[in-house]
Design a protein around this ligand. Structure first.
Ligand code: GLU
Length: 390
């Protein structure tokens, strides 16, 4: 393995494409358009079998898998003879009630080929938003995963009322990811990711492989003006991305219409990754690591270097040298005595004071400086190690 990169590396590393192989807990969202044959209303078993093969391979590598699937309504309506273009809400709910059985059966059969048990979970928004029910749903999902099953989740369309529905499974999948702290959300779609404009209309539209941060520019790309996109549309996919990345879960939009769509992501076929936000603390660390110009250097001894890597703050006692001129709150590089950059942080002392208290125990600070400053030279929340920001 290569040694730690210089501190200037994180910005570049953040652009690099994540790998599915690194995922611990993966949510895979499967839309009706992929799963259900439009003409017959039947499950596309060949496609589903290939997908199940891919997911069984993830499981065999020790990765946990949760499926969020659509299709209940579109399967069920054929069986109930509801063939008109527009059907009423109660008819949709009736369709879901019969379609869900067939849907669950298809998943159960396809995973049985791999000796994997599936378990059906039907959720309404209350189950993911209301705290007590949230805890219940989470406990059930965790238990199933612990027992080696693959939970197959859908909205409880038959009882959810119009006002309290997710309405689209992109958002439902993101809520599930948030609820069980998944690290990766895969949205299988009829398009291979996000483009700067609708590629069906605009030949100059560019595919975007990685979205490090959801900016207003990115949100604008989904527009309402991209009708080529599938059921939920790009708008709901970006809404899902906002929920997922905000919860520290990265998300990928990938083409699902091909056979073995998960293997295709791993093989590097085009898709769009949204990098995980990791919450405000992580965002602050990325900012410290990437966007500020260091004003000086604190050289630390081996004991301090070990403490930092173990997640502790940098104390004056561990600082052996102070270089450069900086004010309190300025970014500085933290370097090992061997010259290896360990990270960057915001110094709690200016360079003059840092020089005077270096090597001293924190209890001595007030005696040396004549005022009681912070115990730490750099608090751990103000410290972005190369390791944690790569
Ligand atoms: N829950 C709906 C169904 O199973 C689908 C919602 C969606 O397509 O996003 O039919």
């Amino acid at each position: 393995m290569a040694g730690p990169q210089p501190v200037s590396a994180p910005a570049a590393a953040a652009e690099s494409t994540p790998r599915l192989a690194d995922a611990r807990r993966v949510i895979v969202k499967i839309g009706s358009a992929l799963l259900v044959d439009d003409a017959t209303g039947a499950v596309r078993r060949d496609w589903l079998d290939r997908l199940a093969d891919d997911l069984a391979a993830l499981r065999a590598r020790g990765q946990e898998v949760v499926i969020v699937t659509s299709g209940a309504i579109s399967i069920g309506r054929r069986h109930l003879g509801l063939t008109g273009r527009r059907i009423r809400l109660e008819q949709k709910q009736a369709a879901a009630a019969t379609g869900q059985i067939r849907l669950a059966h298809a998943y159960s059969e396809t995973f049985a080929r791999h000796g994997i048990t599936v378990a059906q979970i039907l959720l309404t928004p209350e189950d993911t938003e209301a705290r007590r029910r949230h805890l219940n749903a989470r406990a059930t999902l965790e238990t199933l995963l612990g027992l080696g099953a693959i939970p197959v989740v859908n909205e409880n369309d038959s009882v959810a009322t119009a006002e309290i529905r997710f309405g689209d499974n992109d958002r439902l999948a993101a809520r599930v990811a948030q609820m069980i702290s998944a690290d990766t959300l895969v949205l299988l779609s009829d398009i291979d990711g996000l483009y700067t404009a609708d590629p069906k209309r605009d030949p100059a539209a560019r595919h975007i492989p990685v979205v490090p941060v959801l900016t207003p520019e990115i949100e604008a790309m989904a527009g309402d003006a991209l009708p080529g996109y599938s059921s939920g549309g790009m708008v709901t996919k970006l809404a899902a991305a906002r929920i997922a990345v905000g919860a520290g879960c990265r998300m990928v939009i990938a083409q699902g219409a091909r056979a073995n769509p998960i293997a295709a992501i791993e093989a590097g076929r085009p898709c769009t990754w949204f990098l995980a936000g990791g919450g405000p603390k992580a965002a602050r660390k990325r900012w410290i690591a990437g966007s500020v110009k260091p004003k000086g250097v604190l050289v630390v001894d081996a004991g301090a270097a070990r403490a930092l890597l173990a997640g502790r703050s940098l104390l004056p006692a561990g600082v052996v040298a102070v270089e450069g001129r900086f004010e309190r709150g300025d970014p500085v590089v933290v370097r090992s005595a061997e010259g290896r950059d360990l990270g960057r942080g915001l110094s709690a002392y200016n360079s003059g004071d840092a020089l005077r208290i270096r090597g001293h125990h924190s209890d001595e600070i007030a005696g040396i400086l004549g005022y009681r400053g912070r115990e730490e030279m750099i608090h751990r929340d103000d410290l972005a190690l190369v390791e944690e920001t790569q």
